[in-house]
Design a protein around this ligand. Structure first.
Ligand code: PRP
Length: 221
């Protein structure tokens, strides 16, 4: 008999990973090793189910999955769009819901309407470029930042930003507003293209089990 191969999961560190593990628990997938918060281990194994899990920075999850270092990844749609890796997006997990938006001071709305050549600060240059160039046909200068994007219009680096809006609190506390919506976002499951063929049965079953749990939760709401 051929020994069963491991299926490896790459999870984006933080809230997304916690929500993913909660979801897995509901379909009977647990990983005791991961519950030890003091552990410095990087890879966690469930020997019975032949599963491995590792945590990585969100933007690296699609990279691990494209190269097959992980068979399955759980990551935000923002990261999937920005990284643009060769992989299958198989499931919207329904959590981590937020929006990618163009934001700025109210007065910047006029600049967007007139299609002025403005500066756009963002952690997501690919998404911003696609939105302004391909959807809006507006020439802009895109400035890549690595965080605290809301600062940019406050200190005069850019007229607007393209960033994630969840509760809207950060915008509100800094006198900024949503000017346009780029797209809705949430956590997604992605699968390596070869793994999808080689482990079709196990991966399809996993997707079906998760779907069933999600449907049940939807009905109870
Ligand atoms: C994200 C995002 C916004 C904020 C939105 O930043 O970039 O700044 O959360 O959330 P809200 O609408 O609920 O206020 P994050 O905290 O991830 O850190 P960052 O600024 O370093 O990107």
């Amino acid at each position: 008999m051929i020994a069963m191969e491991y299926i490896t999961f790459a999870l984006g560190k933080g809230r997304l990973a916690r929500r993913s593990l909660e979801l897995f628990e509901k379909i009977g997938i647990t990983c005791r090793e991961m519950e030890d918060k003091d552990s410095r281990k990087l890879i966690f194994v469930n020997e019975d189910l032949k599963l491995k899990f590792f945590l990585s920075k969100g933007p690296d999850v699609p990279t691990y999955v494209e190269y097959g270092a992980a068979d399955i990844g759980i990551v935000g749609k923002d990261t999937i769009l920005e990284e643009d890796r060769k992989l299958y997006e198989v499931l919207d997990l329904g959590f981590g819901k937020c929006r990618m938006c163009v934001c700025g001071p109210e007065s910047a709305g006029e600049l967007l309407r007139h299609r002025d050549q403005i500066r756009v600060a963002t952690k997501y240059p690919r998404i911003a470029k696609d939105y302004f160039y391909n959807k809006k046909h507006q020439t802009v200068e895109i400035i890549k930042l690595n965080g605290s994007i809301e600062l940019a219009p406050l200190v005069g680096l850019a007229e607007v930003i393209v960033d994630i809006v969840e509760t809207g609190t950060t915008l509100k506390e800094n006198g900024l507003v949503v000017l346009e919506e780029v797209c809705p976002l949430s956590a997604r499951m992605v699968v390596n293209r070869v793994s999808m063929k080689m482990e079709q049965e196990r991966i399809s079953r996993l997707i079906m089990d998760i779907r069933r749990v999600m449907e049940k939760e939807e009905q109870q709401r």
